[in-house]
Design a protein around this ligand. Structure first.
Ligand SMILES: Nc1ncnc2c1ncn2[C@@H]1O[C@H](COP(=O)(O)OP(=O)(O)O)[C@@H](O)[C@H]1O
Ligand SMILES: [Mg+2]
Length: 308
């Protein structure tokens, strides 16, 4: 593997600051460094709201970075590109188009020099690969949630992306469909060696699907807490992974990281709550809405006397 392949995707000191509800800057992600090799499947795991989708959307080029840089194949990105495809939690299909037409729409754009018959073949091939060979001409309203998500996956993979970005793609599905689609994706990734970033908050999904798990701290100012290299063989077999002698140790490592982040987040929220109450009390005292507490009750915010 060349050194460019070893550093196929490179996030260097990436940061993102959004305005919060009152317009003040709120730094969600800071000093985020990640290197992905070509063909790597990396899971990004962390608590809800820590900034996983923010990182993924910056790699997709759909969201600008506030600081740092992202390079793919040695070139810094400055927006979305045909080298990347994204699958979100909801498939966002065009409701008036059939499954086939939804896939064909992207294929027509990405394969402008192919003949119509070749493009037709590509659409059929990928819809069959996700198990929808018999449902090509059904509208989204005639498909179940899981089948619609399959169309979304076929649409993304038919574009032959070099980098596939999956943002909790099974989040809305029941556990049986979720497991089926995990296998559909894994088979496709093995066949086509697509470099993949998978956002999830499911520990077992991260272990089953990826080569490495990137654990994000809870934020604000979230970054990578730990990176775990997984020893499981490829192509993945669910039973073999579950029976691997290290599976439960690795699982315990992920769970304890997330629990620790939860505790730290709780402590941070307590400190933020107390300091906000103190600020509000100071403002009320300044505006003479309440009198300052007497020295005996100086530590209590409940003993304030309302003026008038
Ligand atoms: N466009 C935006 N404007 C302001 N704040 C945002 C925006 N998008 C996300 N956030 C905030 O950034 C934080 C991280 O969000 P997100 O990346 O969606 O987290 P995750 O995917 O890990 O659940 C959250 O606090 C969220 O409210
Ligand atoms: Mg998200």
């Amino acid at each position: 593997m060349s050194s460019r392949d070893q550093r196929y995707v490179e996030l260097f000191q990436v940061g993102k600051t959004y305005p919060n509800a009152v317009g003040d800057p709120f730094t969600v992600v800071e000093e985020f460094d990640l290197i992905m090799r070509r063909g790597d499947v990396v899971s990004l795991i962390g608590h809800s709201g820590c900034g996983k989708s923010t990182v993924l959307s910056m790699v997709a080029g759909l969201n600008e970075t506030s600081r740092g840089s992202i390079a793919i194949g040695g070139r810094e990105i400055s927006g979305p590109g045909p080298d990347r495809a994204v699958v979100f939690q909801a498939p966002c299909l065009m409701p008036w188009l059939t499954a086939y037409q939804n896939v064909r729409l992207g294929v027509d754009r990405v394969y402008p020099h192919a003949t119509s018959a070749e493009r037709h073949e590509v659409c059929e091939y990928y819809l069959a690969a996700v198990g929808l060979g018999d449902c090509l001409y059904r509208l989204p309203s005639e498909l179940s949630g899981g089948m619609q998500q399959r169309v979304g996956i076929a649409r993304a993979i038919a574009l032959k992306p070099r980098l596939l970005l999956l943002d909790e793609p099974f989040g809305r599905l029941d556990s049986i469909t979720r497991m089926e689609l995990q296998d559909v994706i894994l088979r496709t990734l093995d066949r086509e060696s697509i470099t993949t970033l998978l956002v999830t908050h499911d520990v077992d999904e991260a272990l089953y699907m990826s080569d490495r798990v990137c654990m994000m701290t809870s934020g604000p100012r979230a970054r990578i807490g730990q990176l775990l290299e997984l020893p499981f063989c490829k192509p993945r077999q669910r039973e073999a992974v579950l029976e691997h002698p290290l599976y439960y140790d690795l699982r315990a490592c992920l769970v304890s990281f997330l629990e620790e982040q939860d505790t730290q987040r709780g402590r941070l929220q307590e400190v933020e709550f107390v300091s906000r109450i103190q600020q509000e009390v100071e403002t009320l005292v300044e505006n003479e809405v309440v009198r300052s507490p007497s020295p005996q009750v100086a530590n209590s915010t409940t003993e304030l006397a309302v003026v008038n």
